[in-house]
Write a new protein. Structure first.
Length: 326
């Protein structure tokens, strides 16, 4: 009886969404992965919109209705979307819920017991596990198109493998002493572990809690002691605090990175592959810069003052020469 009701639910969903099963993911990154593998055979929706922060997202009744009509629900888990289980329960959906981080070794928190870092997709090799889990879920849901899902998965897997190698090459371009990545929140530990960067973030793995004075002091200490050439803001987080620190300590903003969301359509980060490549290029470009030495702008002397001093010296030399000629 239960199987019969599930089949009836699936048939209703197929009619409602133009004969295509609806796949709902918690965030835009996973929706993009699903589209690449599912192709034209599925309808894909993301609960958290592009540019939204999944850590702070507040679900709506529309989200529950969306989940009610789903054939498959894909979630990251690892405390990434702590709000989603309640919405799934409220929706009454009969859809299969798949944890797409299954098989990934999560980074455990050094500060909080039983807490883990949810940003596993930031390691492209972990991304391969995401792809396989999504492909397997689609095949189980819709075995009639299994061959197409397998084909799309194979092509996508090759592209992501090549991207992983590309990221390795870009990070190798950064001088070892400058492989320090300072960002808004701790979303890059998987990236750093895989590609050889030390991570120093203003906030923890979640953006739920605001940065504290101690967090600011820790970041500033890293800037001053380790001579970090650039710091980075994120596309889904207010950059005001990091921009102020950069201004006060004469450090450039190396660029904006994608972490919890893909970029808007038409941007370099509009897909999972695109956001990862963009991040690698921006990080390598900024951290490969030659570190400035000498007097820092933060001491109160700026470049306009240098120009005035040089002009004054030149003028004094000219006046001295004219005086001697007389």
């Amino acid at each position: 009886m239960k199987k019969f009701l599930t089949l009836v639910h699936l048939l209703i969903c197929l009619v409602a969404y133009g004969q295509k099963p609806l796949v709902v993911s918690s965030a835009s990154i996973f929706a993009d992965m699903s589209k690449r593998i599912g192709g034209d055979h599925i309808e894909v929706q993301s609960i958290v919109p592009i540019g939204g922060d999944p850590h702070k997202y507040e679900a709506t009744p529309d989200d529950a209705r969306l989940l009610a009509g789903a054939s498959l629900i894909l979630i990251n888990g690892l405390t990434f979307e702590g709000w989603i289980n309640e919405v799934i329960d409220t929706s009454g959906t009969k859809a299969r819920v798949v944890l797409i981080t299954e098989g990934i070794e999560a980074i455990k928190s050094a500060e909080h017991q039983n807490a883990v870092d949810p940003h596993a997709w930031m390691d492209a090799e972990n991304g391969l596990i995401y792809l396989k889990n999504i492909k397997d879920a689609l095949v189980t849901m819709d075995p009639g198109h299994a061959q197409d899902y397998e084909k799309n998965y194979f092509v996508y897997k090759e592209e992501l493998t090549e991207l992983h190698q590309y990221i390795q090459r870009r990070m190798a371009e950064i001088p070892p002493a400058q492989r320090i990545l300072i960002t808004s929140h701790d979303a890059f530990s998987y990236f750093g572990n895989k590609y050889g960067l030390k991570i120093n973030a203003m906030m923890g793995v979640s953006t739920d809690a605001d940065a504290q004075t101690g967090d600011m002091e820790r970041v500033i200490e890293a800037l001053t002691k380790q001579k970090v050439p650039a710091i980075f803001i994120e596309s889904t987080i207010n950059p005001k605090m990091l921009m102020q620190i950069a201004h006060d300590h004469n450090v450039i903003i190396g660029g904006s990175l994608y972490a919890d969301s893909v970029g808007e359509p038409g941007t370099e980060g509009e897909s999972y592959l695109g956001m990862m490549r963009h991040n690698a290029d921006v990080i390598a470009g900024a951290l490969s810069r030659q570190v400035k030495t000498g007097i820092s702008l933060s001491t109160g002397i700026n470049w306009s003052m240098y120009a005035i001093l040089i002009a004054a010296l030149l003028l004094s030399w000219v006046l001295l020469i004219l005086k001697l000629k007389k």
